[in-house]
Design a protein around this ligand. Structure first.
Ligand code: SF4
Length: 476
């Protein structure tokens, strides 16, 4: 899951001051105007957005309050992504902007968090003079100490990766929340060593969070009015937690059922899966619980077996096709989406064609599509030559995007005439006379408002039109 746009918006919801995390916003705004303020931008995958909510809670506990106004902030934080060169370029551009702001307010501190911080470590402090703090994804508990030392002029860095840290005891502060859907990170790190990927180096080894703390967070969210949670991890379906008291092991399928049991009106989604870990038990859980959504994000990366082997994805084309068939067999109304990389090292035109045909064969509802961006320190960077010319990478990417748009359009056209249970997330982007929401298959549906209905409600919507990205309908 990936986007290049920074998001920071705070919802001044009417809150119960006794609730941990929620207190953060309202109470501190009132009568604590002169409290120290932090401004945070998040980039990359949902894990980073979820981490920023953990950071907001940690800083809240030491008296910081969040602001969306960069000029009034005492501390600017940027939660960075390193998955592609472009993501790091975006961060560098933002630092140039922060540079100007800091010139106006020299006491202001600037901190870089996340995967780029972890990848560059102290080099970041050497390369970027305005940066006061470099903090990796497993070191956010140390932020208050690092901030305190930086306030005395001492640059701070902590990029230690942990084998235990899951921040399970920290109640995230919901940033940019619509009050309806929320992320819950259930595990951190990744043990797969896909040859193109920096994540194992920037987020460390896999560790799963205490299952009961996940269920507690989902229960809290439901009690606060949220109606959907997305269980997050770099590789959620390899979740495995051993209860230290009983020795009982909780698998991902079991955790899904535990969260679904919180309340039938609480929808459960999850992301991101590695195909090799999607078990039949997970599929049976999706089939058997109406509130576990009929949607799986199943990154394939390439449709060709030789390239999949070079990528160290641990499956080949035939195996993946059989997995897709198994998903449709057990959950016939499931929608599957994917991640695709074009122009990987030594990819031939014929092999590229296999990626195009896979999109049609798997009938993806949508995909995240990129051309290969060599990442320093990865297996591919060390062992394979990045030999596909940029214009060929871009040509192949545009072909993948074109085919996917056709398949998405067909996928959505087949929904015309069908009625779906939709969770309203808010007003549609185009008109405040329309609601937007998603069905179980994770498709966005836009439909005219009806009085007495609001965000957070479930409604039944009959689809009467569709584009390749959105369904249109009316409440029935
Ligand atoms: S599964 Fe592969 S691509 Fe995904 S985070 Fe892990 S190493 Fe990266």
């Amino acid at each position: 899951m990936y986007n290049d746009n920074p998001t920071l918006n705070l919802q001044n919801k009417t809150i119960d001051p006794n609730k941990q995390g929620e207190v953060f916003f309202k109470e501190q705004k009132e009568g604590q105007e002169n409290k120290k303020k932090f401004y945070i931008e998040s980039y990359g995958c949902s894990m980073n957005f979820s981490d920023s909510e953990i950071v907001a809670s940690i800083l809240g506990d030491v008296g910081f309050t969040a602001t969306r106004n960069i000029e009034e902030s005492d501390l600017i934080l940027i939660n960075t992504c390193s998955i592609r060169e472009k993501a790091e370029e975006t961060v560098r551009k933002r630092l140039r902007v922060f540079d100007k702001t800091k010139k106006q307010k020299p006491d202001m501190l600037v901190g870089v968090l996340g995967c780029m911080a972890e990848r560059l470590k102290k080099k970041f402090l050497e390369e970027e003079k305005l940066v006061d703090l470099v903090v990796g994804p497993d070191a956010y508990r140390d932020l208050p100490n690092l901030v305190a030392s930086a306030e005395t002029g001492e640059k701070g860095i902590n990029v230690l990766l942990s084998r235990e840290e899951t921040y399970a005891d920290i109640s995230p502060v919901r940033l940019g929340s619509n009050g309806v859907t929320a992320f819950i990170s259930i595990m951190r790190g990744c043990d797969n060593m896909c040859s193109f990927c920096v994540v194992p180096f920037t987020r460390g080894r896999e560790r799963s969070r205490d299952a009961f703390s996940v269920v507690a967070e989902a229960t809290n969210l439901y009690n606060e009015g949220y109606k959907e949670v997305t269980l997050l991890g770099q590789n959620v379906d390899s979740y495995k937690w051993e209860n230290p008291e009983t020795g009982e092991v909780v698998s991902f399928a079991q955790l899904l059922v535990m969260v679904a049991a919180v309340h039938p009106d609480l929808r459960v989604r999850f992301s991101t899966s590695h195909p090799k870990d999607i078990t039949d038990d997970v599929l049976f859980a999706i089939r058997d619980y109406e509130n576990i959504c009929k949607y799986i994000h199943l990154p394939i990366q390439s449709g060709n077996s030789r390239i999949l082997d070079l990528m160290n994805r641990t499956y080949d084309r035939e195996w993946y096709i059989n997995k897709v068939k198994r998903i449709y067999e057990i959950v016939p109304d499931c929608a599957i989406s994917s991640d695709i990389i074009t122009g990987f090292c030594s990819e031939t035109e014929e092999e590229h064609q296999e990626t195009l045909s896979m999109i049609e064969l798997a009938r993806y509802s949508m995909s995240y599509m990129f051309f290969y961006s060599e990442r320093p320190g990865t297996l591919a960077a060390r062992k394979l030559e990045d030999d596909i010319p940029l214009e060929v990478k871009k040509k192949r990417l545009s072909e993948v995007i074109r085919i996917q748009a056709q398949v998405s359009y067909q996928h959505n056209q087949q929904d015309i005439g069908n009625t779906f249970k939709v969770l309203i997330e808010g007003d549609s982007k185009r008109s405040d006379k329309e609601f937007k929401g998603r069905n179980s298959q994770n498709k966005m549906i836009v439909f005219p408002k009806k009085s007495g209905i609001k965000a957070g409600d479930y409604v039944f919507v009959k689809v009467n039109d569709a584009t390749s990205v959105t369904l249109k309908g009316e409440i029935i």
